[in-house]
Design a protein around this ligand. Structure first.
Ligand code: ADP
Ligand code: ASP
Ligand code: MG
Length: 418
């Protein structure tokens, strides 16, 4: 007997028929002799709809009230799933964030889970009752409803799995695993049997939204076994225990599993960045600090940075990227400080995309970046900025060339499947 946390995403919970199918999958898991908790998302599209109501009410809405509104989508699906399970003859009940309780900080709309008091949950699961928990929500120290940021139900599921000491956290979604790239963009993408925590963390952080980034770092820290698999399965599909999806594994585990691994594990694209260039900045100590200090103070995350070599006049251009949602704020802030920073012109471009290739194989192999640059050059795709980490290379290109670049690289690294 194992203890398993199952998470179902928005597409899997969209409507009566789909929730009924989810209930059957959960029932099967319990009938196999396991203790089960289920974490659910709101129906697909519902959170977007609720966010819009907030914006219409007041563009400068109170984040605490925003949380009250947007957390409601998951309240609905958790209650409905409990009803469907009861209709199948299972004992089941919902546990809202404040009832568990899932304690978070008070950073409304992007709260972090601090602690889950799991005693009552564990007792209920042990008695044979299926616990249904709305994802995405928690409760602040002041007792108010909080939410964890978009895509946060993945993080709720991993946090619950850690708190109840689950044997596995199964993330059921609308694709049957983690692929070499988004299978909705590249038809030749291949499903990966295993991917390491570190690779998944990089892939999520550079745009593979199949898992929320924070859920992966939490799983890595807490040692939670995470599997990604499809909820669109028939009653006679193989049991989740046979690992039909993608398993997130440690580096050591991977070595034992997969000796013949490709150099590159996956490719991701992110259209949510914007590029800013400040020209003719003085090439002296403190000049870049004058740019990035104020951005940091305003909580604007800077991702890629390039500083050109100084020209004859002792001046240099600095280019960097920020989230597109922060572009207007960043521009206003830099405009205000034009004299203190001492730049000539500010140029910006929101029509850029960041394309990243990720793989632990990069640690021991040279030439990964060179292959990327050559493949893009052969198709006439211009690179505007570059960053690297130990297991990742990212480039910034024109947004219109996103799909082409992902496909070209997928072929260049020999990732194409049948
Ligand atoms: P859920 O509602 O279940 O949380 P999401 O829409 O958040 O589902 O995430 C699943 C989606 O992630 C897939 O439909 C797919 O388009 C996208 N995706 C992006 N990159 C990948 C990848 N490398 N492998 C699989 N899916 C990916
Ligand atoms: N419903 C929330 C969202 O759409 C959380 C989630 O589904 O993970 O962002
Ligand atoms: Mg998701």
């Amino acid at each position: 007997m194992a203890r398993i946390v199952m998470k179902f995403g928005g597409t899997s919970m969209a409507g009566t028929e789909r929730i009924r199918r989810v209930a059957r999958i959960v029932q099967r898991q319990q009938a196999a002799g396991h203790e089960v908790a289920v974490v659910v998302s709101a129906m697909a599209g519902e959170t977007d709809r609720l966010v819009n109501f907030c914006r219409e009410a007041n563009p400068l809405y109170d984040p605490a009230e925003y949380d009250v509104v947007v957390a409601s989508g998951e309240q609905v699906t958790s209650g409905l799933l409990a009803m469907h399970l009861q209709a199948l003859g299972c004992s089941a009940r919902s546990w809202l964030g404040w009832q568990v309780p899932i304690k978070t900080d008070d950073a409304h709309a992007k709260a972090r889970i601090e602690d889950i008091d799991a005693d009552a949950l564990i007792a209920s699961m042990a008695s044979g009752e299926i616990a249904v928990i709305p994802g995405f929500q928690g409760v602040s120290p002041a007792g108010r409803v909080t939410t964890l940021g978009r895509g946060g139900s993945d993080t709720s599921a991993v946090a619950v799995a850690a708190a109840v000491n689950a044997d596995r956290c199964d993330i059921y979604t609308d694709v049957d695993g983690v692929y070499t790239t988004d299978p909705r963009i590249v038809a030749k993408a291949r499903k990966l049997k295993n991917v390491t925590y570190e690779e998944m963390l990089e892939l999520a952080s550079v745009g593979s939204k199949v898992l929320q980034t924070r859920s992966v770092s939490l799983a890595m820290k807490e040692g939670v076994r995470v599997q990604v698999l499809s909820s669109f399965i028939d009653d006679d599909a193989p049991a989740a225990d046979t690992i039909p999806g993608t398993m997130i594994v440690s580096d050591e585990e991977l070595e034992g599993l997969d000796m013949e691994r490709q150099l590159i594990t996956g490719i991701a694209a992110d259209k949510n960045e914007a590029k800013i260039t400040l020209t003719r900045i003085a090439d002296r100590p403190g000049a870049v600090a004058a740019i990035f200090g104020p951005l940091a103070a305003a909580n604007i995350n800077v991702d890629m940075i390039i500083q050109n070599i100084a020209k004859d006049r002792g001046e240099t251009d600095v280019t960097f990227t920020v989230p597109i949602s922060d572009l207007a704020r960043a521009q206003a802030l830099l405009e205000e400080r034009k004299d203190t920073i001492g730049y000539y012109r500010m140029l910006s471009n929101g029509k850029v995309a960041k394309i990243s290739v990720v793989g632990v194989g990069m640690r021991s192999h040279a030439g990964v970046a060179a292959t990327m640059f050559r493949a893009l050059a052969d198709r006439g795709i211009n690179i505007q900025a570059i960053t690297t980490s130990e297991i990742k290379v990212s480039v910034l290109i024109d947004e219109d060339e996103t799909e082409l670049a992902v496909r070209v690289l997928h072929t260049a690294y020999e990732l194409d499947g049948e």
